[in-house]
Design a protein around this ligand. Structure first.
Ligand SMILES: *Cc1c(COP(=O)(O)O)cnc(C)c1O
Length: 493
């Protein structure tokens, strides 16, 4: 399998190892596979008997052809064993009629990003060897919370890689801050920054795009790499759990092989739902992909009008990991529908004037697979309470956006197709807002909220979040946004 940029009409080809090492194409486009590999119904039938690790090695092998099956199997065993995922990588739970929650948060940091970020470091190490780069990798992460901790945990003590995380000092929850500050591992650095997420993202992007800083970093024996979902190596592991969910429904006798399901995903950067779309293109019988947004509903508007317009108010919500106005991975969908010339044109328009409009034909094609809904803050809270009161199911603020979307979809269309809802974080990760949604009361601080939520719902605080306030603080640095580059250089010297 070879790859190309979403914006390159000449379709220059790259190997999968190069794609993982580089992260982003030189023309600013994202790497996409040159074709989508197909699974037949009998392939899917064979897959129903595989463990998560076997299935992951099989599915990933279709894309990452520089890696052998044995290499992928060994890397997936390291990532997806009992150390990181004591129960299993994903758990499918029946919540009510025809509705299944695909819990993706039983990993080391209690959010779905663990599934990709526990594996990605292993993929990167091998890809560096295969691509023949002798230097070490320096990964810079700008985060509003979840990615930072998941990346720190995933890259901890991986040889040949250093990772630095910068987060807004006053823009993450107390739990998230403690999670990062108490991180162990000798190759890591975390630093709070005076400024908001956009400031940090801009500063980090400047380091990435500056030839001078690349040279200085190279002199220290490093090259820059990224860990966010624009990297195909981060996206590919997310395809696996949609295949697994389908296989589990078949194996459990809940559907017959070949029956169609719907998939509903709470969406920010469009990575997780794009992975579900790739599973559909591969041949997993998925009818509709239901794209769920919070008040930052730029995608809901796109799916209803065909116009993507980021010129709008930005809202800070109780589902912060979805507070985003530029959904980077949408570019891959546009490419799959419209090809590289149009993608390049639309993306230029997005960066120059902040919007683009797709054609009616393109919109029809997208409508065949996608539909979008959004939920405001009150609706998110009401959904958490409804599902807890009626079905005893406790969900976080992001997952609630998806459950609200599925309620809307059913009432507006009458579609009763069985649905798999991606559940993206443990309710404890957003305990204060979940507790408030259930009781109307506010807890005094996030740590207190963990305890109160546990008492109220008689459920256990997940191990990674337990006693988090008693762990040793390792990182207490605070930087101005102007000094991020200096901090990076101090860290690698
Ligand atoms: C990152 C994140 C999302 C959004 O996922 P995308 O791939 O960016 O669409 C949703 N929920 C949680 C809890 C997240 O951390």
């Amino acid at each position: 399998m070879r790859f190309q940029s979403t914006r390159d009409a000449d379709a220059k080809k790259y190997s999968s190892a190069e794609v993982i090492v580089k992260g982003l194409a030189d023309d600013g486009g994202l790497f996409v596979p040159e074709y989508i590999p197909r699974l037949t119904i009998s392939d899917i039938e064979d897959m129903t008997s595989l463990s998560y690790i076997e299935l992951a090695a099989r599915v990933l092998g279709l894309f990452l052809s520089d890696h052998t099956y044995d290499e992928l199997y060994s890397d997936c065993s390291l990532a997806y064993g009992k150390t990181n995922f004591p129960s299993d990588v994903c758990e499918l739970r029946e919540i009510c009629d025809d509705t299944y929650s695909l819990e993706l948060w039983h990993g080391p940091t209690c959010a779905f990003k663990d599934v990709a970020l526990t594996l990605m470091p292993h993929l990167l190490v091998r890809s560096m060897k295969k691509a023949g780069d002798e230097r070490n990798a320096l990964i810079l992460v700008a985060t509003s919370g979840d990615t930072g901790k998941a990346a720190l945990e995933g890259y901890k003590d991986i040889e040949g890689i250093k990772l630095a995380v910068f987060y807004p000092k006053n823009g993450v929850s107390a739990v998230q801050k403690l999670q990062m500050a108490t991180q162990t591992g000798d190759n890591l650095y975390a630093c709070g920054v005076e400024g908001n997420f956009d400031d940090i993202q801009t500063a980090v992007k400047q380091i990435f795009s500056s030839p001078e800083s690349a040279l200085e970093i190279s002199k220290q024996g490093y090259f820059l790499s990224s860990a966010n979902s624009i990297n195909f190596g981060r996206l590919a592991p997310q395809i696996v759990y949609y295949v697994k969910a389908y296989c589990d429904l078949v194996r459990g006798g809940i559907i017959a092989l070949g029956d169609e399901i719907n998939v509903c995903v709470p969406t920010g950067n469009f990575g997780n739902i794009l992975a579900a779309y790739i599973a559909k293109l591969m041949g997993i019988p998925i009818k509709k992909l239901i794209c769920a947004s919070n008040s930052n509903n730029v995608l809901t508007d796109f799916f209803s009008s065909g116009r993507y317009d980021r010129n709008r108010q930005f809202y800070t919500t109780i589902s912060p990991s979805m507070d985003i106005l530029i959904s980077s991975n949408l570019e891959r969908l546009i490419y799959l529908i419209s090809g590289p010339e149009k993608t390049a044109r639309y993306m230029r328009s997005l960066s120059e004037v902040g919007y683009y409009q797709i054609s009616d034909d393109e919109k029809d094609e997208i409508d065949r697979s996608f539909v979008g809904y959004c939920a405001d803050e009150d609706r998110i809270r009401a959904t958490i309470k409804k599902y807890y009161d009626r079905y005893g199911y406790l969900m976080d603020t992001h997952t609630a956006v998806a459950f609200s979307a599925i309620d809307d979809h059913r009432s507006q269309t009458g579609d009763r197709t069985k649905v798999v809802v991606a559940s993206t974080a443990s309710p404890y990760k957003f305990a204060a807002d979940v507790y408030a949604a259930l009781t109307g009361d506010t807890a005094e601080g996030s740590i207190e909220a963990l305890r109160l939520l546990s008492e109220l719902t008689k459920s256990e605080i997940p191990e990674p979040l337990r006693d988090i306030d008693k762990k040793k603080i390792r990182f207490s640095d605070c930087a101005s946004k102007e000094s991020i580059y200096e901090r990076v250089m101090e860290f690698i010297k």
